[in-house]
Structure formats: C-alpha cells, structure tokens
Design a protein around this ligand. Sequence first.
Ligand SMILES: Nc1ccn([C@@H]2O[C@H](COP(=O)(O)OP(=O)(O)OP(=O)(O)O)[C@@H](O)[C@H]2O)c(=O)n1
Ligand SMILES: C[C@](O)(CO)[C@H](O)COP(=O)(O)O
Length: 254
Amino acid sequence: MSDESRPLAAGARSEAPVAAVIPAAGRGVRLGPGAPKALRTLGGTPMLIHAVRALAASRAVRLVVVVAPPEGTTEVKSLLDAHALPERTDILVVPGGSSRQESVRLGLQALPPGHDIVLVHDAARPLVPVDTVDAVIEAVRAGAPAVVPALPLADTVKQVEPAAAPGEPEPVVATPDRSLLRAVQTPQGFDRATLVRAHETVTTDVTDDASMVEQLGERVVTVPGHEEAFKVTRPLDLVLAEAVLARRRLTDGF
Ligand SMILES: Nc1ccn([C@@H]2O[C@H](COP(=O)(O)OP(=O)(O)OP(=O)(O)O)[C@@H](O)[C@H]2O)c(=O)n1
Ligand SMILES: C[C@](O)(CO)[C@H](O)COP(=O)(O)O
C-alpha cells in the first residue's frame, strides 16, 4: 500500500492539509436553457466563484480543484483569474466528465500528494456558510472517514411504485419514518485514501460520494447542515439564492 492510499490515523489528521474538489461540469438541465449552471450568475458573480470563495473562506482549505465543463476549461480559468480569491488557496482547473461521479473522480486524480483530507462540494451549492465547511473538516479531523452535512426533512416522504402507464397515478407503498431520514448536502468530507478507494471500487451510479464510502462498509457520519447550503437546481432556487445574497449584502456588507 502506498502512502497516498493508506488511511490516516485520527490523531494524524488533526493538522492534515485539506483540499477541495468542486464538480462544476454539469449542464444544469433542470434550471433551464442557458450557460452551464456553474457559470450562471448570482448577484452578478458566477455561481462557481461563490462556491470557490465559500470553500476558500475556511483557513484549513489550501487547494481547490475545480472540475470544469470539458469545453469550458479556458473560460473557467479566465473567470478564476478575474475574481478576487484568497491568496493562501491554490487553484487547479481540470476538465470534467459525463456524470457528477466521473467529474469527482477526475478531480481526485488531479490532486497532488500531501492533502490527506478531501472535501467534495457542488458548485451548485454556492452559499454554504464557512461554519458548515469547518464543521465537516473538524469531524474528519476527529476521526470519521466520511462526513456529510445533513438536515431533517420538512415534508412527509412517501415511497411509490412506478405508475401502471404514463399519466396514471403512482401507487403509494410506504411512509418511511421521517425522524430517521436526512437530506444531505455538500461539502462532504473524507479521509482521502478512503474516498480514492471508494471511487476506484464502486461502479454503480450514485448521487453522492458518501454513498460510495457506505458501499465499502466504512462509517459515514453527519454534522448539522445549513438551510443556506441548498442546491440551486430549479429556477425557483435562483430566486431564493438571490434573496439570500441580497440579505447577506445588507447585513454583512458583502
Ligand atoms: N457531468 C457532471 C454533472 C454534474 N456535475 C456537478 O455536480 C454538481 C451537482 O449536480 P447537479 O446540481 O445535478 O447539476 P447538473 O448536473 O448541472 O444539473 P441537472 O441534473 O439539472 O442537469 C454540480 O455542481 C454540477 O456542476 C459535474 O461536475 N459533472
Ligand atoms: C451530492 C448532492 O448534492 C447531495 O445532496 C446530491 O446528491 C447531488 O445530486 P444531483 O442529482 O446530482 O443534483
């Protein structure tokens, strides 16, 4: 086992440098026609820049790997050069793939040695507060191989069966106990070796990185998520994001 693929002992993680991978290569189909989602603006600034700033706001984060739309790496590099970002954070840009999972894997492959904790954060969650980022890092440093920010559900959730035919109603088959369910966000934080092993091992399609670590049988734990770390997915989310940003500019002055 090489040094890079050996999980760190919890104590050794207390000062481990942190890198972040930001998958930003999605089209944003659910948001509607336009530029790739990460390049659309919020308060006049591309969503991706907000996301990079949100991660770089944590003093622990020393490197950010941006996974750009494959045809847009030059544009993304120019955008990053044109916006103020903390000097202590190095930034790399690599082309992404055809799924989020593949984009994250390409980002991981670009990580240089020496960053033993890795965060994976959606560019589509531009407004995550730094306290949430730091809480994830702290939990990994305390020994958890995988950490997800999580929120309780506001809605009752139903399990359904597929409709008998298009347009027919979907039969409800169960109502899971909501108190045991959580909606999970990003950044998700990992012991690097564990995350790399998950991406090398798991070949089924998944919607987040922590579920790959679950498939390895490793422990995944939650920390409190934040309402403002929501994912910009549909048009109404853009309205909400603009409102949050406007409130921050009024109250925090930025
Ligand atoms: N091939 C892909 C697909 C998604 N992502 C990224 O994964 C994050 C979460 O994905 P999602 O919100 O689903 O974004 P999209 O795939 O762009 O959205 P949609 O499914 O509506 O097209 C986003 O930051 C997105 O850019 C990526 O890097 N590469
Ligand atoms: C990773 C994620 O944001 C956690 O909630 C989510 O699973 C991404 O899902 P998407 O369907 O790719 O937006």
